[in-house]
Design a protein around this ligand. Structure first.
Ligand SMILES: O=C(O)[C@H](O)[C@@H](O)[C@H](O)[C@H](O)COP(=O)(O)O
Length: 249
């Protein structure tokens, strides 16, 4: 696992615009090197703001979106089309504006889909999808970039401190219940799955995140501070605004 690199921006708007530019450049470089690219999306205010900036970026189509496979790090277990679903927000922010083929958009099942209101079945189905798309000898794809947010108490994706999800070592995708952050039921990649990514980018803003950021980067263990366990195989980036970075040494 790679040690975190920290980049601090003056404010959230600049962080979102700069991260969008970084993402466009990274994905187009990856495509030049290997043909396709795979990206894990996140929910949350910061993650959606980055997607909106990608949508509006003049260089957006330097990425061949027809050759990008899109996944989610987590999903709120709600009916299809619900405004609080990460998928709904990602489609509005970006996916409806780019030519990504439907078969490359790998959504986590809604609560009114083929698995009904069973989040464990939805999680198991997503784990099977990841396994089908994994390289030989692996159970998940080597995602090129995994975007993540960070919660005030240190959660990332829907992996919360000292939760069953943070202790999970066998399953690659799990159902999460009684989440402190509404809605309470979700589907989430586990930290080992996140760590299969080549690059992991954690993006957060605001004073309310400063303690979690300082604790995570100060050496906290992942059970206490799950975001601390979000590391990439080749790169781990913490992308912050000055408020979220305020308590770093
Ligand atoms: O589904 C979710 O809620 C996200 O996956 C979650 O992990 C989010 O990224 C963080 O809670 C940060 O959210 P903000 O960027 O809105 O602070």
């Amino acid at each position: 696992m790679t040690d975190p690199e920290v980049v601090v921006y003056a404010d959230g708007d600049l962080l979102a615009a700069a991260t969008a530019a970084r993402l466009i450049t990274t994905l187009s470089d990856v495509q030049r090197a290997q043909g396709g690219a795979s990206l894990v999306l996140t929910g949350g205010r910061t993650g959606v703001a980055v997607l909106e900036q990608v949508r509006d970026a003049p260089a957006r189509d330097a990425v061949d979106w027809s050759r990008v496979d899109l996944y989610w790090g987590d999903e709120r277990f709600l009916p299809a089309g619900h405004p609080d679903r990460n998928e709904t927000q990602a489609r509005e922010a970006l996916l409806d504006h780019i030519g990504v083929p439907a078969e490359r958009v790998h959504v986590m099942a809604p609560s009114d889909g083929e698995f009904g209101d069973d989040p464990d079945a939805a999680a198991a189905a997503y784990a099977r999808l990841l396994a089908q798309r994994a390289p030989a000898g692996a159970d998940v794809p080597a995602f090129d970039v995994c975007l993540l947010g960070v919660g005030e108490e240190g959660h990332t994706a829907s992996v919360f401190p000292d939760s069953p999800a943070v202790h999970e070592t066998n399953r690659t995708v799990v159902a999460v219940r009684d989440c402190p952050k509404p809605p309470p039921t979700r589907v989430s990649l586990t930290l080992p799955t996140i760590r299969a990514a080549r690059q992991v980018w954690l993006m957060t803003t605001g004073q309310a995140k400063a303690d979690a950021v300082a604790t995570a980067l100060g050496g906290a263990d992942e059970v206490t501070l799950p975001a601390a366990g979000a590391r990439g195989q080749q790169r781990t980036l913490w992308l912050l605004d000055t408020s979220a970075a305020a308590k770093l040494g």
